[in-house]
Design a protein around this ligand. Structure first.
Ligand SMILES: [Zn+2]
Length: 282
């Protein structure tokens, strides 16, 4: 009995260390960063909105990025949202990152974009303590993404620009598709989503998620034919030519094999064990 208690405490301590100690062995786990609505301001706009520009309130997990003490009001044709955070430092162009619900409330369109890709997006009015700015564009709903260093990318076997799937465990657990991988030596490993996406999966700041797949073509849950599958990565659209142990481990429900494709003996064992359906493409 006491032995069990000791074991369970030891396990918890180990889990906590894994979470906080960056020198711990790498695992396939990524902390979640949940973003609330916020704006990035250009230097010119920051000085138009606030007498003294931006001042730091607290640091963000991405190196050099901070939350400013100043807040703004976003005003659109249908409504406004107060106390919106400003993130610093100032950038080349002003950008407002909002949720889909916010877009409805403001009466602007919700374009899902990667940060910086603002051409053709909606505008709105940003109001600060010292003035306001009318934007012609720059309103986006951020495309979900993972920040990582080149070392992380090598570990996960992904590249900058890859689209992967991310799995959140737990009671509302789900798999996020269409997650962009962003690699830069100045990034800290983090899965970035907005509040709506986080709530849908029951995820909180710092919760750990995993990349489900790195090249395996899996079917949507409940899919019963080859057409309803969806690609994890573009190059795997037509199924696999070689199913390795790793690929089998990463498969969800179905595995698609190209004509003449090979399954290694170890992969076969895993497929059997996990009850994965193998579909041979014609
Ligand atoms: Zn991000």
């Amino acid at each position: 009995m006491e032995q069990d208690l000791i074991k369970s405490i030891a396990a918890r301590v180990a889990a906590e260390l894994m979470r906080t100690n960056s020198s711990a062995p790498r695992r396939h786990l990524i902390p979640t960063g949940v973003s609330n609505r916020h704006v990035h301001l250009s230097e010119v706009h920051a000085n138009m909105l606030f007498t003294n520009g931006l001042t730091k309130y607290r640091d963000l997990s991405q190196p050099g990025q901070f939350v400013a003490a100043e807040t703004v009001i976003l005003a659109g044709p249908k409504g406004s949202i107060e106390r919106v955070r400003v993130l610093g430092p100032a950038r080349g162009q002003t950008q407002a990152e909002i949720s889909v619900s916010d877009a409805y409330k403001l009466g602007v369109s919700a374009d899902i974009r990667e940060s910086g890709d603002i051409q053709g997006t909606s505008g709105l009015t940003i109001i600060g303590s010292n003035g306001s700015v009318q934007l012609d564009g720059g309103v986006i709903v951020a495309k979900r993404h993972i920040h990582m260093t080149p070392e992380d990318a090598a570990f996960f076997q992904v590249q900058d620009g890859d689209i992967v799937q991310v799995r959140a465990a737990g009671e509302r657990g789900l798999i996020f598709d269409q997650v962009a991988v962003r690699v830069n030596k100045n990034y800290a490993l983090e899965f970035h989503i907005d509040f709506e996406e986080a709530n849908a999966a029951g995820l909180k700041q710092g919760d750990l998620v995993s990349i489900v797949d790195r090249g395996v073509y899996c079917a949507a849950p409940g899919a019963d034919d080859t057409d309803s599958g969806y690609p994890i990565r573009n190059e795997s659209k037509k199924g696999l030519t070689l199913v390795t142990e790793e690929a089998a481990k990463n498969a969800l429900d179905n595995l698609y094999i190209k004509p003449g494709g090979i399954i290694t003996p170890l992969a076969r064992d895993i497929i059997k064990e996990k009850g994965i359906k193998v579909i041979y493409l014609k």
